[in-house]
Design a protein. Sequence first.
Length: 422
Amino acid sequence: MPTPRSALAAACAALLALPAQAVAEDGLLAGARLDLQARTYYFSREFPDAPAGAPSRAEETAQGLILDFRSGYTRGPIGVGLDALGLLGVKLDSAPQRTRTGLLPVEADGRAADRYGRLGPTLKLRASQTELKIGELRPNIPVLVHSDIRLLPPTYQGAALVSTDIPGLQLGAGQLRSARSRDASGTRDMFALVSNGASPGARLPGSDSDRFHYLGGDYAFGQRTTASYWLGRLDDIYLQQFAGLKHTRPVGEWTLGANLGHFDTRESGTARAGRLRNRASYGQLTAARNGHSLLLGLQKISGETSFIRLDPNISALGNEVPTYEFGTTGERSWQVRYDFDFAGLGLPGLTAGVRYIDSSGARLPGVADGEAWERDFDLAYAFPDGPLKHFGLRLRNVVARSNFRTDIDENRVIVTYTRPLL
């Protein structure tokens, strides 16, 4: 499997060998774009029930820069292109007793790094409606959900194939060889996370691997119904299957929707992390009208093991949120969420949402009926025009309580500047 460096070298060699007309305005440069996003990110998480001597607070502020270049394709039966992702994170405020927010790397002396960053190239080839990418990847599928929820996004290195040659059907396959965490510069092996009650994702012992494979697709039955099946395998650790169904239907002035999903996870190959058995099912019903949106959700986790995912990502579970994921074995949870878009009131760009999730039945050593709840409030504003047109502001406040895991009070303030440069 080519590394990002060898992929970049191969891409440069291929592009240099191309005739000038292949790289002209109607070739490689056609549709090329370069986007810049700057993020100023404040993150604060307090642990009210932290035991004496344990950290009771994580609080940092950092500045992030994301440069995303995407080229067009050269002309011919097989088009060649090159993408590149440049990331830079800079410390604005931190202290040794307030680190580990996920915004900045932590050095050996316990202090946050002043800066970190990385450059990831991606060679891409296209034939008809089938595209192969080799290098820096950001897959976003049910068995590997892309989680851009901190200062910089996590990425993987490997190869990915996407095809839409069959009308209504999108197929995907890939092999990943390494990962870069959201708060790190270098690459590392991948590993599995499992809910253990103490944190949203604890490292599953013995789960390190340099091979993650995925395969699956989404098929649209007309414009209202989509069925999905995906499979992911972390070599010699776990095999995970996902089946899902989404449906929307207009009823008068309302748009009603349903989203159903089921995961089945078990050990794979030599089972270096031991016996794993998990099943997770969720269902969501939505109703939207004139800027109002209401969601009701149910989720159930069963089996001998809590829900498992590939680090460093969230999951497609219906009731997972960035604080609690409600994925402990035996846990049954319900969710109600309300969102409102103020555009209908003459305030375009302003949105707000509130969500409440409640659970019971979690089973862990020493816990027979674990209970948890979480309330989230989000407020976001994107300036629609004027001198601040490219700026956005998002506020999040979270209160999460449980009788079997750490209580959390959280606040986030995110200021973004997003602009196309090419």
